[in-house]
Write a protein that binds this ligand. Structure first.
Ligand code: PHE
Ligand code: NA
Length: 495
């Protein structure tokens, strides 16, 4: 059967950008920048983008394009003993898919609330107590299923399923062509108004005010690198799957640069938006900005609703903001499901319709664990291990395999031979030395820290079972699939 293909170059870029731009850009990036030195964070961030983000994107686009397979098949073609890395990445994608959808579900609920600001004045109590109904719960004491959270999650699953089920061109590409322009227009409209509110510029000054003492702090560099891999959707099977549908004649270098620059540009724009709003809020409440900002999920679901309450025309701003969040989340969710679906199609020769139904059906059932009273805590714990341990390990191993066990100069020659502009030797330096060295240090620190200090006050049993245990099971499953694999590639592909 002939492999599906994107209908146009713009379609591919919009889909890749749709994957990259996600919840991570809208609430994670602004807070990270703020926490890690404000304006000074941009130095490690841009450095990580240039030395890790762009080279990684070029590498994954070329793997998918050349080897014409989702991650497991692509790695198997580099050598039969590498197939497990593809499955490990697919398992990361599968886990993220089932908790990310919970956040999209919350955003859908909040889209509903935003028309009349029915979250009230105490947005903190509203989110944690009234909406999530978080009581004396923990990741191992989830409580009961919350229908009012499950229903918006079902809506999110239905939209993602429809896109995956309909195929690369008729589903994913079409959805991206609607969602991405819509997202850009909404964000520009928001920012065009916010920037003129009193106090907004103070918020921006705050975001961009550099704290140079932070630049020497290893944690800041770790945060910057971690954010780059997550934000660009590299290292967890997505971009390899998407680029496996590229037509033969494709400009890899140009596509990779565009995807990275649009994503990171969007992040900075979202930073302007969020901090503009916070600056306004601080001014309205006559408080310093440090007192209005809150971390992580709290930023989107506690602080922003509180800020919307204070805005002129809240019934326009609120829906625009939460619809942007929903759209950004859905286009990423679609891509992460496609990473899993395409791997099953390759491996089991299922039809797309069957693979999409199995993936979304089982994903939906498991995701209901996050629609419980303790769902947020489970999400927090799993997300920590996936991002800080599993994803960074996967990226490091991918670099080692591609750059050290194979000839990386072959990749450079390959992409240069099909691209309009060429990339130089810096690419090899980044992929062979700089990025692996930095990643190894960061990962080592994460391991030690997590081992010694745990995370987030969760119990040893929870950390062992839902953190280390989960990553261990993912790894073992991947290795077992690799060992059972009979279909060795006819010949190992040369890049
Ligand atoms: N790049 C996404 C973001 O920044 C991360 C992601 C991609 C998450 C795909 C899930 C699925 O939010
Ligand atoms: Na992103």
């Amino acid at each position: 059967m002939k492999r599906e293909q994107w209908g146009s170059r713009a379609g591919f870029i919009l889909a890749a950008v749709g994957s990259a731009i996600g919840l991570g850009n809208i609430w994670r990036f602004p807070y990270m920048a703020y926490e890690n030195g404000g304006g000074a964070f941009f130095i490690p961030y841009l450095f990580a983008m240039l030395t890790a983000g762009i080279p990684f994107m070029i590498m994954e686009f070329s793997l998918g394009h050349k080897l014409r397979g989702a991650a497991p098949r692509a790695f198997a073609q580099l050598g039969g003993k590498f197939e497990w890395l593809g499955w490990f990445q697919v398992s990361i994608a599968a886990i993220i898919a089932i908790y990310y959808v919970a956040i999209i579900g919350w955003a859908i609920s909040y889209l509903g609330f935003s028309f009349s600001q029915s979250w009230g004045d105490d947005t903190n109590a509203f989110f944690f107590t009234e909406y999530l109904k978080l009581g004396e719960n923990s990741p191992s004491q989830l409580g009961g299923l919350q229908l009012h959270i499950a229903i918006p999650m079902i809506i999110a699953w239905a939209i993602s399923f429809a896109a995956i089920f309909s195929g690369v061109k008729a589903g994913i590409e079409r959805a991206s062509k609607i969602m991405m322009p819509l997202l850009f227009i909404m964000v520009l409209a928001l920012i065009g108004r916010i920037i003129f509110l009193p106090g907004a510029l103070d918020g921006l000054t705050y975001l961009f005010q550099p704290d140079f003492s932070k630049i020497m702090d290893a944690k800041v560099w770790s945060a910057a690198y971690g954010q780059i891999f997550f934000t660009l959707s590299v290292g967890f099977a997505i971009m390899i799957a998407y680029s496996s549908y590229l037509p033969e004649k494709s400009d890899i270098n140009n596509n990779a640069f565009m995807t990275v620059l649009i994503n990171c540009g969007f992040s900075i724009t979202a930073g302007l938006l969020i901090f503009g709003v916070l600056g306004y809020m601080a001014q309205e409440q006559a408080k310093p900005i440090t007192e209005v900002v809150s971390a992580g999920v709290g930023l989107a679901f506690v602080t922003i609703p509180a800020a919307i309450n204070l805005l002129p025309l809240p019934f326009i701003f609120g829906p625009l903001f939460f619809l942007a969040l929903v759209v950004a989340g859905l286009s990423s969710h679609i891509s992460i499901l496609e990473a899993v679906t395409s791997a099953l199609i390759d491996k089991l020769h299922w039809t797309r319709k069957k693979a999409a139904s199995v993936v979304c059906g089982s994903g939906f059932v498991i995701s209901m664990a996050f629609a419980t009273n303790g769902g947020l805590l489970l999400l927090d714990l799993v997300d920590y291990f996936i991002n800080n341990i599993a994803l960074l390990s996967s990226c490091l191993i991918e670099l080692v395999i591609v750059a050290w066990l194979l000839k990386i100069s072959d990749i450079r020659h390959y992409v240069n031979s099909i691209s309009e502009f060429s990339i130089g030797r810096w690419f090899e330096v980044c992929v062979r030395f700089l990025s692996p060295a930095l990643l190894a240090i960061i990962l080592f620190t994460n391991f030690i820290n997590t081992f010694n200090n745990g995370y987030g006050g969760y119990t040893q049993a929870e950390l062992l079972l839902l953190g280390w245990g989960l990553v261990g099971v993912m790894l073992m499953t991947s290795v077992i699939i690799n060992l059972m694999s009979k279909t060795q590639p006819q010949q190992e592909a040369k890049l």
